[in-house]
Design a protein around this ligand. Structure first.
Ligand code: UP5
Ligand code: MG
Length: 190
């Protein structure tokens, strides 16, 4: 288990739903550290690690990288960081990710932020992002949507049944989505 008492919020939603964008806003206002599982995996490819080629191939196909790899990167990032509040963005992506993270780290999320957005809108955003991501092409985007529907939505359903999901309408402009996000992070004053 992770040698540290931490607060974790999972930030979930489809490809292009705005997870990374809203995490940046949350970091600025609420002092969390942002850990994007996808960013950690892309950094691992760049670092020339022995798993790099395997990770690159899986991302290109929109497939979910084996949980040992992702969990090791997340756990290391949590332990190396001085903060005790983390946004984990884009993980867990399937039931096995979820169960393995819980048993390996002993961490359960405080709650789950869920960015709900139509595929049409997510596709538009991904195709106009232009950041050179190897998975932002229409073939890979379709595969990412399929994996999201089949494997990732059930994880959100699992947490929803536990009353842990805070669902946001993510199809609105960035500022409006953040207003809704704020109401989740700011305790109501009386
Ligand atoms: N944008 C954002 N919000 C907007 C709004 N409200 N209105 C209009 N435009 C908006 O946003 C995407 C684009 O939309 C940006 O240009 C933004 O300006 C604009 P972003 O905030 O980047 O969305 P995000 O949800 O973060 O999209 P991302 O593409 O990162 O989501 P994915 O879940 O697809 O990507 P991730 O990096 O998490 O994973 C990539 C791959 O890594 C996976 O497919 C998988 O192969 C692998 N992976 C694993 O195997 N395991 C993991 O645990 C994690 C990833
Ligand atoms: Mg992202």
């Amino acid at each position: 288990h992770t040698n540290k008492k931490v607060t974790v919020v999972f930030v979930l939603g489809g490809p292009g739903s705005g997870k990374g964008t809203q995490c940046a806003n949350i970091v600025e206002h609420y002092g969390y550290t942002h850990l994007s599982a996808g960013d950690l995996l892309r950094a691992e490819i760049k670092s020339g690690s022995e798993n790099g080629t395997m990770i690159q191939n899986m991302i290109k196909e929109g497939k979910i990288v084996p949980s040992e790899v992702t969990i090791k990167l997340l756990q290391r990032a949590i332990e190396e960081n001085g903060n005790d509040k983390f946004l984990i963005d884009g993980f867990p992506r399937n039931e096995e990710n979820r169960a393995a993270f819980e048993s390996v780290t002993g961490i359960e999320p405080e709650f789950v932020l869920f960015f709900d957005c139509s595929e049409e809108e997510m596709e538009r955003r991904l195709l106009s992002r232009n950041q050179g991501r190897e998975d932002d092409n229409i073939e890979t985007i379709r595969k990412r949507f399929k994996v999201y529907m089949e494997s990732s939505l059930p994880v959100i359903e699992y947490y929803n049944a536990k009353g842990k999901v805070r669902k946001m309408d993510a199809a609105r402009p960035i500022e409006e989505v953040f207003e809704a996000v704020k109401s989740v992070f700011t305790p109501p004053c009386d």
